[in-house]
Design a protein around this ligand. Sequence first.
Ligand code: AP5
Ligand code: MG
Length: 216
Amino acid sequence: MNLIIFGAPGAGKGTQSNNIINDFDLKQVSTGDLLRSEIKIKTELGKKIESIINNGELVSDDVVNALIKKIISDPKNFNRLIFDGYPRTILQVYALEKLLKEFNQKISIVFSLNVNKDIVSKRANGRVICNRCLRIFNIYLNPPNSKNHKCEKKYLEKRTDDDRKTILNRYETYVVKTKPILDYYDKKRFLVKIDGNQKIVEIYDKIKGILENIRD
Ligand code: AP5
Ligand code: MG
């Protein structure tokens, strides 16, 4: 099955995708992670998109769709993708539909994590990510410890777009450009809305219960 995890910045898309890949043979595709890795290794694309990401705006649809095409077209990924943070515009929705059709696949379910605006900056403020295993933690809400994280502490980093001003811009961008595409998935009847203000484990229990009953 392929699925989408949808939600505002800090809604928990990456956290829940991390949980899902521990239990299911699926692969997480975070367009944010893919773009950050271009910046980190200083590719031509990375240089072009760095300021866009640090301003909390969206990278162009063409760039993101091209990254996604590489992944969907790879036979290793056939029908086992979790789209985290993609699609984010209606043009990305159409591009994804076209690609999935071309490679004989579909989306089985869309999880939408709904969170209150005031929670978003609190979560972003405390977030640290391990740049080795890519696990996501929060120094206040979900701290890394010897049980949940095996890599050395030196790999834990903050994201450059998690400062207060950028997170508010990211939230605004989400409301204006991304949230409206939920209507599209609602009409297709495979949208599951989940209260993302709950505890990580409570949210995951719901997601897991639903995924265990999907057989394609
Ligand atoms: P991206 O990396 O996707 O960022 P985002 O959408 O803003 O979402 P986040 O990664 O901030 O939040 P998340 O929902 O994954 O939350 P997380 O699990 O980490 O994109 C970054 C940028 O790249 C964009 O702004 C844009 O510029 C560009 N981009 C990416 N995709 C694009 C696209 N398709 N098109 C165009 N441009 C694109 O959790 C957050 C924190 O909260 C963590 O610390 C976590 O431990 C904690 N937490 C999570 N859940 C809970 C919970 N239930 N309770 C308590 N704490 C929790
Ligand atoms: Mg994320």
